[in-house]
Design a protein around this ligand. Structure first.
Ligand SMILES: Cc1cc2nc3c(=O)[nH]c(=O)nc-3n(C[C@H](O)[C@H](O)[C@H](O)COP(=O)(O)O)c2cc1C
Length: 400
């Protein structure tokens, strides 16, 4: 994916520097050459030896290093890359970049480069939310700097919130996107995910057990292949992936609206567990227990998103549905494919005994015009990677 790409990787002085070692490994695995630069503070967190050994490349640390300057001057170093990546990008580095400082090797390279710069900020939540950091972030975006993350989550300092460095895989994806790489570069793929919530009254709703894990993994896998991904998600229990356009909805009707608004797309994958029915008359006030006895709910059918898009004027070239079945999985899914007019159905058995709905693994059957393929039981990210590769092969005409 990154064959023959040269990444100038600047490692700042943050705890997340240890994750950058994994980033180096992934980048090299993807075919990139990694030229590492470690700041003075960065060297407090990872050793120069680890960085140079993993990168398989001499490390640059000092601006006034006569040997390095004689071999390759700092100006040349800053330009002999396809992309400059700063990970972790500390609050201090962001401030230096926004202010145009050039008082050490890293900041001088960032000032001298004529290449795009991608930063992966990482810091304590208070530092991230500080008005100075947010001002610097806005300035950097205005200057055309690409930003990946930070993610929400627990931090090494014990606090919780935005500030965690994006995971190495997500940074690789952002690098791929910045360099326009991957078999799905230039393609737009729409993915739906999660359950829908169908309101009964202002506090109650009808839902299902979908976690959104499979749809989320699929969006991430498509993004990793270079696609621009629109991710329409119901109230899932896993966070959406980074590097995709997220549209949050609650009901099936809102999901259809968001899906139609995201068209045109080259492919659409409908992994969401959309409620078939909604309550006909949603109560405007909380329903009360009382003399009237038990409430009786009347149902109306929700729009069929898969069938609607399969017959849409802007139908994507490839429309993939999911079928969650509890019996006769292949027969039901094959019938569903014909009924809905989609191209493929990814069918899975969601009987409680399988542990698939809300679980970490999935065992699917891919139903196409050629018949049914049985895939082995795999972790959901692996099912996603396999499906994303199939989608890429189909859209590009290349076999895997
Ligand atoms: C244990 C420890 C952890 C730190 N972690 C971070 C961090 O995650 N993000 C950050 O912006 N600064 C962090 N700092 C502060 C930076 O190391 C400090 O601002 C440094 O000057 C940044 O140098 P740089 O510009 O080379 O990145 C940390 C400091 C210490 C002592």
């Amino acid at each position: 994916m990154l064959d023959e790409k040269r990444i100038l990787l600047i490692i700042g002085g943050g705890i997340a520097a240890y994750k950058t070692l994994e980033l180096i490994r992934l980048l090299r695995g993807a075919g990139a050459e990694v030229v590492p630069v470690l700041t003075r503070a960065g060297a407090q967190f990872v050793t120069p030896l680890s960085v140079a050994a993993l990168a398989g490349h001499p490390l640059h640390q000092d601006l006034f290093d006569l040997t390095t300057e004689a071999e390759m001057g700092h100006i040349e170093l800053s330009r002999a890359a396809d992309l400059v990546v700063v990970a972790p990008c500390t609050a201090d580095l962001m401030a230096k970049m926004a202010g145009g400082h050039a008082d050490d090797l890293a900041s001088t390279l960032l000032m001298a480069t004529d290449k795009r710069v991608l930063i992966a900020p990482a810091m304590n939540v208070r530092m991230w939310e500080h008005p100075a950091t947010q001002r610097n972030l806005a300035q950097l975006r205005t200057d055309g700097v690409l930003v990946t993350g930070p993610a929400h989550g627990d931090m090494a300092c014990g606090e919780h919130g935005p500030g965690r460095m994006a995971e190495p895989g997500a940074i690789v994806a952002a690098i791929g996107a910045a360099l326009g790489g991957g078999p799905l570069a230039g393609r737009h793929v729409l993915v739906t995910s999660g359950p829908t919530h169908e309101p009964i009254d202002p506090v109650r709703y009808i839902a299902n057990r979908s976690s959104g894990a499979q749809g989320t993994a699929l969006a991430a896998a498509l993004r990793d292949l270079g696609a621009r991904v629109s991710f329409v998600t119901g109230p899932a229990s896993v966070p959406p992936p980074q590097g995709v356009t997220v549209v949050r909805i609650e009901t099936a009707r809102q999901m259809l609206e968001a899906v139609e608004a995201a068209l045109p797309a080259d492919a659409a994958v409908f992994a969401a567990a959309v409620a078939d029915w909604r309550v006909t008359h949603e109560a405007t006030q909380k329903m009360k227990k009382g003399a009237a006895g038990l409430p009786v709910l009347e149902f109306a059918e929700n729009p069929d998103i898969l069938a609607t898009v399969s017959r849409h004027a802007q139908r994507p070239a490839l429309v993939v549905g999911f079928a969650a079945e509890t019996e006769n999985v292949i027969a039901h899914a094959t019938a569903k494919r014909a009924r809905k007019g989609c191209d493929w159905i990814v069918a899975n058995d969601v009987s409680p005994a399988t542990g698939i709905m809300g679980g970490a693994e999935n065992a699917v059957h891919l139903i196409t015009a050629e018949g049914a393929e049985d895939w082995p039981r795999l972790p959901k990210p692996q099912v996603a990677a396999r499906l994303a590769a199939r989608i890429a092969a189909h859209l590009t005409g290349h076999t895997e």
